[in-house]
Design a protein around this ligand. Structure first.
Ligand code: SAM
Length: 362
């Protein structure tokens, strides 16, 4: 790739830039299609080509705007338009890419980040200034859990129980037998609930600092009538005092790099786990040196997530470590060793550009 870029002509570069810009514009329209239910209508009716009026009526939307959106979708070769009948449909091979909350729909549904990051954009223009604020707080990104959920739910629905847990025999056997497990930074609790459902002998506690996410998690657990799961709102760097030595397994998915002092969180994890306990930490599969991420196809997307969410959240206090999403494997290994945790294994997370560290006390 680096070699390809050095041989690139000005015209080729200009055309590549146009592709990037065009893709960004299409991306916000994809997000719009998910949010308004338009993709659901097209997915549900993929074998029945429909007019713009029919699509608008099923979605309960104004036809004129729906037609403009369909203009984006047809000219970007996402939706097919029959010029004779003026009917639109999603061809079969594209349908799964628009099923939200599934791995097939993962890439497209991540477009919801674009409007989310637009909330952060004016804030970041100030934050980046030398004399601007250090970072952002949760209240500045009120809807961010929607993107977090879009990023992790497909994996939770299609992979966590089916592929990830079975690929980790030690975790699987403990959960089957029945243990006390803690998920740190559980967001809206999708993984916590799935694990509680699949492993009824295990008691699962989900912890998050975001009260809204915890309330939503509790509501959903109640609706599933799960009695082996609970959600607690707390800073992971100051967990309840009576949790000392009570957990056999701690699961931390896509959390540490968002926090200003992950070292304090790990101190707390060590306090609340039993000496025989194990810990899963899942982070992006990145290199710690930027120059070594150039070939990584997910890298530019993940650096963008870092710039508009993870880094400003994790850099907001004077003593912040400011890790960013892409802090990378070398720094993670060094950090864990420094915190007295031994890496038992290091494996790629099935279906995601992430890496799993299985850890125990040294
Ligand atoms: C990127 S999200 C991942 C959420 C969830 N694990 C998932 O993948 O859906 C990071 C989560 O960590 C939570 N979080 C951040 N700092 C925290 C802290 N100090 N204590 C507890 N939770 C925290 C955030 O509220 C957010 O829900």
């Amino acid at each position: 790739m680096a070699d390809k870029q050095t041989k690139e002509t000005a015209e080729e570069f200009s055309s590549r830039i146009f592709g990037i810009v065009s893709g960004s514009f299409i991306g916000i329209s994809i997000a719009f299609g998910f949010k308004t239910g338009l993709f659901k209508v097209l997915v549900d009716n993929h074998d029945t080509p429909m007019t713009s009026q029919e699509i608008a009526d099923v979605a309960n939307l104004k036809e004129r705007y729906v037609r403009e959106w369909l203009g984006v979708m047809t000219t970007s070769s996402i939706v097919d338009l029959d010029p004779m009948t003026e009917r639109y449909h999603l061809p079969p091979h594209r349908v799964d890419s628009f099923r939200s909350e599934t791995m097939g729909g993962h890439a497209a549904s991540c477009c919801i980040a674009i409007p989310q990051f637009s909330q952060a954009f004016p804030i970041m223009v100030d934050v980046v200034k030398k004399d601007g604020p250090r970072g952002m707080t949760f209240s500045m990104m009120p809807n961010v859990q929607e993107f977090i959920n879009a990023f992790s739910s497909p994996w939770v629905n299609d992979c966590l129980i089916q592929k990830f847990i079975p690929s980790q025999p030690e975790i699987m056997s403990k959960l089957e037998t029945g243990i006390r497990m803690l998920e740190v930074g559980c967001g809206r609790g999708a993984a916590t609930r799935k694990l509680a459902e699949r492993f009824p002998n295990t008691h699962v506690v989900g912890l998050d600092i975001d009260q809204g996410a915890v309330d939503r998690s509790n509501e959903l657990a109640k609706s599933l009538a799960l009695n082996n799961v609970e959600f607690v709102c707390s800073d992971a760097a100051a967990m309840p005092k009576d949790w000392t030595s009570t957990f056999d397994y701690v699961f931390i998915y896509d959390v540490l790099h968002d926090t200003p002092r992950p070292d304090l969180i790990i101190d707390e994890v060590k306090r609340v786990m039993k000496t025989s306990g194990i810990v899963s930490v899942i982070e992006m599969n990145a290199e710690s040196k930027q120059s070594e991420n150039i070939e990584n196809p997910s890298a530019s997307l993940m650096y963008t997530c870092s710039l508009f969410y993870c880094l400003p959240m994790g850099y907001n206090a004077p003593d912040s470590m400011g890790l960013g999403t892409m802090w990378g494997k070398d720094r993670i290994r060094e950090f864990m060793k420094g915190k007295g945790l031994k890496i038992k294994s290091e494996t790629m997370v099935p279906m995601m550009p992430q890496i799993h560290f299985l850890l125990e006390l040294m």
